[in-house]
Design a protein around this ligand. Sequence first.
Ligand SMILES: NC(=O)c1ccc[n+]([C@@H]2O[C@H](COP(=O)([O-])OP(=O)(O)OC[C@H]3O[C@@H](n4cnc5c(N)ncnc54)[C@H](O)[C@@H]3O)[C@@H](O)[C@H]2O)c1
Length: 423
Amino acid sequence: MKSNLSYVHPNVTSPWGTYLSQVDRVLPYLGHLARWSETLKRPKRALIVDVPIEMDDGRIAHFEGYRVQHNLSRGPGKGGVRFHPDVTLEEVMALSAWMTVKCAAVNLPYGGAKGGIRVDPKLLSQKELEKVTRRYTSEIGVIIGPQQDIPAPDVNTNAQVMAWMMDTYSMNTGTTSTGVVTGKPIHLGGSLGRVKATGRGVFVTGREAARRLGMDLQGARVAVQGFGNVGSIAAELLAEAGARIVAVQDHTGTIYNPQGLDLAQLIPHARQNGVAGFRGGERIGDEDFWDLKTDILIPAALEGQITAARAQRIQARLVLEGANGPTVPEADDILASRGVLVVPDVICNAGGVTVSYFEWVQDFSSFFWDEDEINQRLDRIMVNALNQIWDTSDKHRITLRTATFAVACERILTAREERGLYP
Ligand SMILES: NC(=O)c1ccc[n+]([C@@H]2O[C@H](COP(=O)([O-])OP(=O)(O)OC[C@H]3O[C@@H](n4cnc5c(N)ncnc54)[C@H](O)[C@@H]3O)[C@@H](O)[C@H]2O)c1
């Protein structure tokens, strides 16, 4: 069958399709800047690379790698690298576009980018993982750099992966280039507070949203999907504020305890084995997770989890999007009509990139801040950004998601207009 689809025309159910429909919703609020809006619907640059490595058993394996720079109007590209067997160009395009919006929403001097390799790292040895990381870094080396595009961790990548990326880039350029990636180990120019920053940002926006809703965090029931970096830290901080974490789901299963799960035991257990098999809660069916009676729901796994059907069943009053793109547009409408407040990914999980920005600034000045200072600055930036978004939402009577896009897209397109079109 002949296809007439260009790569910017999405499969409507894909994350890129979700992103484009979010842009369409903001167009009426962009005034004269709407004439530049096509800029938002096209990635500036998309690089596809082959990543061949020799496996431990002597086979030669090839993996698909991507780096997409969606928009660089406001500064160098910024965005994570994901290692997952389901990574596609469309997914990376969507994730890079959400980075553009996110960086502008919290007013960081960055554009948006994202990368990924189509690989299941759980099937690789440590040596194979290092080879994949280094070869990928070399291949995308033509477009990344401390002033061009700065990768960071995302799903299945961590400080060790960032250390290998920094070393590979530094070897190739003959410099020690700490500013080329963020999320590095502390003694290689990493920042205090970075590991917990995304979860902390989810907590801060959740605390502020709960306050505005008149919801007491003390005793509030919380369900979390995805119990990795973002989900477990957000859960921990909410529990410290008095909330009860009643359900947690990850790729191994779902556990439930209406009295509240003991996180001090669950977090180390989940890190080793996933949540399944944890004795401090009852195992329930994965689909039953969406019917639980809770006050706060935190999707912190992958995209497309809150479908229209699940949105009808969600009992929570507040959804905090730790993950990127967890809610499809139809589900957004259903949640809004049912009075469920959604703090969207593009502000809710912006804590990670905010502390990445702090890391990058500290690397350039070679002067490092203490953790209290970092957490206080993070709190202030997130609260100020959310307040501005909330005012925009009240002014136009639009959802927090469309309001975040309105604030961010105005900044992005103003920069585009002021710079003008080259040549
Ligand atoms: N790490 C960051 O700084 C950061 C920043 C912004 C946004 N995010 C987003 O947050 C989300 C999670 O990222 P992370 O860094 O915590 O990743 P992670 O790899 O640390 O954790 C991912 C979690 O999701 C779970 N999961 C995977 N597939 C699942 C499924 N089908 N059902 C239920 N659970 C499943 C895994 O078991 C794991 O607990 C992603 O959408 C990511 O893009 C991360």
